[in-house]
Structure formats: structure tokens, C-alpha cells
Design a protein around this ligand. Structure first.
Ligand code: ACM
Ligand code: ZN
Length: 551
């Protein structure tokens, strides 16, 4: 396997390091990932030289920008070994957030001999300027960084820039989750879709239902390979306490990232049923599932205690997560049990549900359960998002559709007036292979999503009218972890595809140039190396790319 050093050595973009009186100097390059909207460099003006003498200044009494100044100082130290100070008001690098711009996430970064000013239209805008600055600085040991005089004007294309992580099929400790958030920040993503309940494990503390974690967070073993008949006996355990989650919410907020928790319902609930068998149609017993796929055992829609359970769980959820948007799942809910369950059938009858052109009786029963949760969340001032199956019946028109079974759900959703987040599996499922050389990769779920395919994805379908296109509010990639037992492997599957994702989310998409992207990716990969992230270099492997089948 190639390392980034060998790739860089073989390419024209060798990072410039030179000796000066004060030691080793490196030069910043503003051609970062994601590509800024406008970079105007002025070679006739003197550059700014950053060294241990530099100070990052922030407005007094502005806690958010103070935090950003501290983060920036840490980024610079981690990347170069140069430790610089932070102070209120003054500073060679100044952070402010009073830019007059329509887009609240816009920023302007101005570099001159006297220093650097990063001015955002909000604290979020400033933060993205901070990321541009840290990504401009080569990740190499240095005593000084020379930053050419320039003005950068930048803003994102999409307001919703998401990444999803499944911590249920395999569990990742909180420090790994925070590293995932750090990666999101580096790539200017702003919505972390945190998938915390599943058939194979319930991963967060619910005080009113302690057995969700005493029972539901533990599985005795896991099926070997792709759903063979053999199992290992390695326990998979773990959940996050409410205190840990509150701390994570703050950690993410400091990095301008909103956390959208997902409670997947009414399917994908077998771990909850193992803990509370009365919530299922048959009454169990159930086990925390050791296999992959779609379990037929789902929440019973005819049982009053199901609705009580959902109310209790979501009440605690919204107390922990301030996100306006809450994910309520809705995908892959087989109706086999409901068709045979007297309670479900009685409920459907009492509600007068019938199969007709607008949906099947059971789809409408699912809609009833989801609407119950959605109404509850509205009362709490929240808005729901769900997988595209929620379009199988006439669901809350305020709900956001997450289009995962290709783009069709997103197109249908936008046509019906829903806001949409595009996350089609054939472009943005990062649990899929990133090479055709599957024998030399860690076992994955299947599929083929190479870096170039991610980069070239256009999230706004041309079939939509201009009005409908406005409903595409963002883009997200998903990482399901059936075949990803370690956080190291999670990084390998994410990187560098998250970089291509960030280009789709941030840039206007009008002048795509994959070769240019790959050049800009090199210093990013050097940053991954320096910060200890694992990543794939498959996209730089000519043989691999030549053997890639045409789309
Ligand atoms: C999904 O991938 N089941 C949303
Ligand atoms: Zn039932």
C-alpha cells in the first residue's frame, strides 16, 4: 500500500520547506478541501509569517470565539509543533463575527503582512474560516509558516452538511465519537446523524427504562462473515450515559456541529424488545440480535405500552439533544407480525385504516405510530426527519425526507413539498467498498463507491423544477457498521471519501475537476497522517482505477 509520503514524492505538489534565520519555514496553500469560493492572492504584497510569537485574538466576552481561538492554537500546534498564544481583543490572527452577508455561514479571510483577519457572518462562519486557515497550513514540523497575502471569500452551497455514524452494530467509545466529530469539523460538516438504537444494540441511557441498557446494550456474540450460520462468542457491549451525551453535545457545538440523534422505529427495535418483550407483537422472548439484516420483530403498533414507551424515550432524548431536527427512522419495517397480531389488527380497525391507492393498511398503521412521535416532538418544538419509507403513507408535510434508496425518495419528497437530504446509497454509503480489489480490503457489506464517484455526485436532480430544487436542503454520507468492528476501520472507510463529500456539500458544483481535487487532497492526507487518522489511498492506485467498471 502506498503511503502519502510516497504519493507526494511522486507528484508535483511537493510542500515547500526552507531554512530561514529562525529555523524551518513552511508555506501555506489556500487551495484546500473543500475548495473556497474565491481566493485572490496578491504576490506583490508581503506575506504574514506565523511563529511562536504570534497571538490569536478574539473579542472580549465572546466565549464562542474564545473557544475557536483555543481550538485554532491547538490545530496549529498539532500540525506543526508551533505553539501560539490566545488573548482577548488584540492579536496577529483576529477572529470576529460581524461580516455583513446573506449566508450566515459565510466568512472572509484576509491575510497581509500585519496579520490575518477571519470575519464570519456568524460564529459558524468564523469557524469555517478557522478550518480554512488550519487546512492551508502544511502538516509538517516547522518553526514558521509563511502565509501569502490573500483574500478568501467563501460560503457553503448547502445549509445541511451531514455525516452519519452507526454505533449500534459495533460500539465505539466516546473518545472515538469525538474524533469523528473532529473529522467532521475539519471538513466543514455541520450535522452529525448519530444512529444510537438498533436490533443489535441500544446505545444510550434511558433513566425511565433502565433495561434498555442493562439488557439491550449487550450482545453475546456476532454472526461470522456475511450472515453465515456460525457465530463468534465475543461480547459486544456499550452505551453512552446521559452525562456523556450532554458533554458530546457541547463538544460538537463548540465545533459548530449539531447532533441529530436517531431512534429508529417502529422496525430495527429488537434490542429494545429483548429488554421489554411486552413491546413486541408476540411477547417474545427476544434476544439482542446477533445477525445482520431486517428483523421481522418490530414494535407492536396495537399495544398502548408501545406509545407510553415512545413518549418516555423521546422525552428524555429531547432533554439531552437540543437539535431542532430529530430522526425517527421509519426504514425497513416488515409488517409480517402486524398482519398476524390481534392487537395490531384491532388498532388498524379502530383507526379505520384500509388499503387503497394512498397506501396499504399496514403502511398506514406505521404512519400512525410515526405520527404519534412526530406530534409529540412538534409539541416540544422539534421537527422530524425520517428515511424515505415515510413517504409510503401521507406523512407530516413538515417532515424532512432522507433519501437513501437512491434518489427516488428525494425526488418524490421534493415533489410533494418536503425538504430533503440526499444520501443515496449508490453514491454516499461509505460502508460500501471503495475499490474493485475487494480481496485486499477489509470485508465490507458490498457495493462499490469509489472516491471519484462520490466527488462527481450532483445532489440536486435535474428532473425537479426550480421551486422543487429548493427543497434539497443538503447532503449526507452514511456509515453502517455491521462489517466495521473498530474505529480504525471506520476511519479507513470514511477517509478520504469524507473529503469528496465535503466538496459536494460546500462548493457550488459548477466546475468539478477531479484531478484538481486529488491535488488538493494530498495535503489533507498528510494532515490525516500527522493527526493519526487511518485512510485509504486506493484512489491513487492506478491499477485499481483502471480496473474499475464503468458506471
Ligand atoms: C438504511 O440504510 N436502512 C436507511
Ligand atoms: Zn402487534
Amino acid at each position: 500500500m502506498k503511503t502519502i509520503s510516497s504519493i507526494i514524492a511522486g507528484c508535483a505538489c511537493i510542500l515547500s520547506l526552507s531554512m530561514c534565520k529562525q529555523g524551518v519555514a513552511t508555506t501555506a496553500d489556500y487551495n484546500v478541501v473543500p475548495r473556497p469560493a474565491l481566493i485572490v492572492e496578491n504576490g506583490s504584497l508581503s506575506p504574514f509569517t506565523l511563529s511562536t510569537k504570534s497571538i490569536i485574538g478574539y473579542p472580549e466576552d465572546n466565549a464562542e470565539l474564545k473557544k475557536q481561538a483555543e481550538l485554532l492554537a491547538d490545530y496549529i500546534f498539532d500540525q506543526t509543533g508551533i505553539r501560539i498564544g490566545v488573548a482577548p481583543a488584540a492579536g496577529d490572527i483576529r477572529l470576529t463575527s460581524d461580516l455583513d452577508a446573506e449566508n450566515p455561514e459565510a466568512y472572509v479571510m484576509t491575510v497581509g503582512a500585519d496579520g490575518i483577519l477571519i470575519n464570519g457572518a456568524s460564529a459558524a462562519g468564523t469557524f469555517y474560516g478557522v478550518q480554512t486557515l488550519r487546512n492551508s497550513i502544511p502538516a509538517v514540523d516547522a518553526d514558521q509558516v509563511v502565509l501569502p497575502a490573500a483574500e478568501i471569500r467563501d460560503e457553503p452551497r448547502f445549509a445541511y452538511r451531514g455525516a452519519h455514524l452507526d454505533v449500534c452494530r459495533h460500539f465505539f467509545p466516546m473518545d472515538s465519537v469525538k474524533k469523528f466529530v473532529d473529522l467532521m469539523a475539519m471538513h466543514k460538516l455541520n450535522n452529525f446523524h448519530f444512529h444510537i438504537t438498533e436490533d443489535q444494540g441500544w446505545r444510550w441511557e434511558v433513566k425511565s427504562h433502565p433495561e434498555l441498557t442493562t439488557i439491550g446494550a449487550h450482545r453475546d456474540g456476532t454472526v461470522i462473515g456475511r450472515n453465515t450460520s456460525e457465530y463468534d462468542s465475543i461480547p459486544v457491549d456499550g452505551f453512552y450515559t446521559q452525562d456523556e451525551l450532554r458533554d458530546l453535545v457541547q463538544y460538537a457545538a463548540d465545533r459548530q456541529i449539531n447532533i441529530i440523534p436517531e431512534i429508529d422505529l417502529p422496525g430495527h427495535m429488537q434490542a429494545a424488545l429483548a429488554a421489554y418483550p411486552n413491546l413486541g407483537c408476540t411477547g417474545g422472548p427476544y434476544e439482542v440480535w446477533k445477525r445482520w439484516g431486517i428483523s421481522k420483530d418490530v414494535l407492536c403498533a396495537g399495544n398502548d405500552s408501545t406509545y407510553e414507551f415512545l413518549k418516555d424515550v423521546f422525552a428524555e432524548l429531547v432533554d439531552i439533544f437540543p437539535s431542532e431536527i430529530i430522526h425517527i427512522g421509519g426504514d425497513e419495517c416488515p409488517k409480517d407480525r402486524w398482519k398476524e397480531c390481534p392487537k395490531c389488527q384491532a388498532k388498524a380497525k379502530a383507526l379505520g385504516l384500509r388499503t387503497d391507492a394512498s397506501g396499504t393498511r399496514e403502511a398506514k398503521l406505521q404512519n400512525h405510530v410515526m405520527t404519534y412521535v412526530s406530534d409529540f416532538l412538534h409539541e416540544k418544538g422539534r421537527r422530524v426527519i425520517g428515511w424515505d419509507e415515510i413517504l409510503d403513507a401521507d406523512f407530516d408535510e413538515n417532515a424532512i425526507i432522507m433519501s437513501w434508496r437512491g434518489e427516488e425518495g428525494g425526488i418524490a419528497g421534493a415533489t410533494r413539498g418536503h425538504d430533503v437530504v440526499m444520501t443515496p446509497n449508490q453514491y454516499l454509503y461509505f460502508d460500501y467498498y471503495q475499490t474493485t480489489d475487494k480481496d485486499n480490503e477489509p470485508l465490507a457489506i458490498g457495493g462499490y463507491v469509489p472516491l471519484e464517484k462520490v466527488y462527481n455526485y450532483e445532489p440536486v436532480p435535474a428532473v425537479l423544477t426550480d421551486e422543487q430544487q429548493k427543497h434539497i436542503i443538503g447532503v449526507q454520507a452514511n456509515l453502517w457498521t455491521e462489517y466495521i468492528p473498530t474505529f480504525e476501520q471506520a476511519q479507513y472507510m470514511e477517509l478520504p471519501r469524507m473529503a469528496a463529500l465535503s466538496e459536494i456539500q460546500w462548493t457550488d458544483g459548477k466546475s468539478k475537476d477531479y484531478e484538481d481535487f486529488k491535488m488538493r487532497l494530498m495535503p489533507m492526507m498528510q494532515r490525516y497522517d500527522r493527526l493519526g487518522y487511518r485512510y485509504s489511498t486506493r484512489a491513487f492506485d492506478d491499477a485499481d482505477q483502471q480496473s474499475a467498471p464503468a458506471e
